[in-house]
Design a protein around this ligand. Structure first.
Ligand SMILES: [Zn+2]
Length: 267
């Protein structure tokens, strides 16, 4: 019996909170964050503010099984998880949220929505080429999110621009959002569109995406919904969100019935 357990439960919980409750968490390794994605602390290009993300002191969970059982729910229940590009989001689900209990713990996420949420298949549709998913991409969906090139020719850019924005607003972002919303029972969600603005300032892809999410996700609206990157259109998106009926909480609802596996690639 570790000496920690000679302390009263309330004191142990204060210690756990000091170690694990940090606010916003970016739930990936240093390598995933910097080498693979070259995210800076504040990425000027995408506007992602990762400087607000702290590292919880997770070695605490390795102290003993008893400590882990007692402390781990707090890590998930009392932090906000930053979910960036789709492949990393899938990785977080596979690695950390691999059972229904853990999924039910998560209460708050920032859902960053940008062009990196497109699979190779989506890119093929936008480019009007047929880029089928490879077999390994079907089995390991995160592999379908490699950084494929986009053509540079000017003549192509205008068509590309519109197709690109339709695809993101109509399919790609609603698909990602419904995957996250279906699998978690959230109290708060922040849709972060700061890395996604139309380069010409003409597209309403974010509003389209929000409308589809509201229509397509009948389970209802988390208690608190915030949208970043759409300040000039605040009245518009607030109207869209207002149409979203609130979640009906029933007594036997333990939040565990939502799991439907990795259906993220179904279009
Ligand atoms: Zn546009």
């Amino acid at each position: 019996m570790s000496s920690l357990f000679r302390l009263p439960l309330e004191v142990r919980q204060m210690i756990y909170a000091r170690c694990l409750v940090v606010g916003k968490v970016f739930p990936y390794t240093y390598a995933e964050r910097y080498d693979e994605y070259e995210y800076d602390y504040d990425d000027e290009e995408t506007g992602l503010e990762l400087s607000g993300c702290e590292e919880p002191w997770v070695p605490l969970l390795r102290v003993s099984r008893a400590v882990r059982e007692e402390a781990e729910p707090m890590l998930y229940q009392r932090n906000t998880f930053f979910l960036p590009a789709c492949d990393l989001t899938i990785r977080f689900f596979k690695r950390s949220l691999h059972n229904d209990l853990r999924k039910a713990w998560v209460k708050s996420v920032v859902l960053a929505l940008d062009a990196s949420d497109m699979t190779r298949y989506d890119r093929g549709i936008v480019l009007d080429k047929h880029l089928e998913l490879r077999r390994d991409e079907m089995l390991f969906p995160e592999r379908a999110y490699d950084d494929a090139f986009w053509p540079e020719e000017e003549s192509f850019k205008e068509n590309l621009h519109l197709a690109f924005n339709d695809r993101l607003g109509d399919v790609v972002w609603p698909r990602k959002a419904s995957y996250v919303l279906k699998n978690l029972s959230l109290n708060d969600v922040i849709f972060d569109f700061r890395g996604s603005a139309c380069i010409e300032g003409c597209c309403d892809m974010q509003l389209k995406a929000l409308s589809s999410i509201v229509k397509g996700f009948a389970m209802g609206r988390p208690m608190k919904v915030e949208v970043l990157g759409m300040e000039p259109w605040r009245q518009l998106w607030e109207r869209v969100i207002a149409k979203w009926p609130a979640i009906q909480k029933s007594d036997d609802d333990d939040g565990c019935d939502y799991f439907e596996g990795l259906d993220i690639l179904q279009t």
